[in-house]
Design a protein. Structure first.
Length: 165
């Protein structure tokens, strides 16, 4: 996820996902599809390199974004390295679209603990992930998260669980 910042007036502008089998999608959100999404932080723009004009020109409406996510992720378990923020941004899209989210978002810690793996894998994941320089874009974030999780064998024994959930 990318957003206009982390403040109360911020809103999501880019969404991406990457499955364990390599399926992916990423797209921009058109801020003009929500009347009150007017906040724009130029510091955030500098970090992720996405302009408001790009979002307006190339972005999906929140309704189309929510529909697309539900069509692609219906019934899936989405694992995030920062589920609190990511779920908040995704829920903002679904709330504005007046649609129900049909997939679950959990933090990678929750996945590790819930599948009975050693708690040290959380630290290992973050250590490996933080060694890689990440372009601050949604799909690049997904790629590094999957790479780090694979590197510390988080999905090796539980790959089928993650794909079927």
């Amino acid at each position: 996820m990318e957003s206009t910042g982390l403040g109360v007036d911020s809103h999501p502008i880019e969404v991406a996902f990457l499955s364990l089998t390599g399926e992916s999608d990423d797209f921009l959100i058109n801020p003009q599809s929500v009347e009150h999404w007017i906040h724009w932080d130029f510091n955030s723009q500098d970090v992720h390199g996405i302009t408001r004009d790009e979002c307006i020109r190339d972005g999906l409406s929140v309704y189309d974004a929510a529909t697309r996510l539900n069509n692609q992720l219906n019934g899936c378990l989405v694992i995030s390295d920062c589920a609190g923020y990511d779920a908040n941004w995704i829920d903002m899209i679904f709330e504005e679209a007046n649609l129900e989210r049909l997939f679950k978002i959990i933090d990678i810690r929750q996945f590790i603990f819930g599948t009975g793996q050693h708690p040290n894998k959380v630290k290992g994941f973050h250590n490996v992930k933080n060694r890689r320089k990440i372009p601050h874009r949604a799909l690049a974030d997904c790629e590094i998260i999957r790479w780090a999780a694979t590197h510390v064998n988080i999905f090796q024994k539980h790959e089928q669980v993650a794909q079927d959930a």
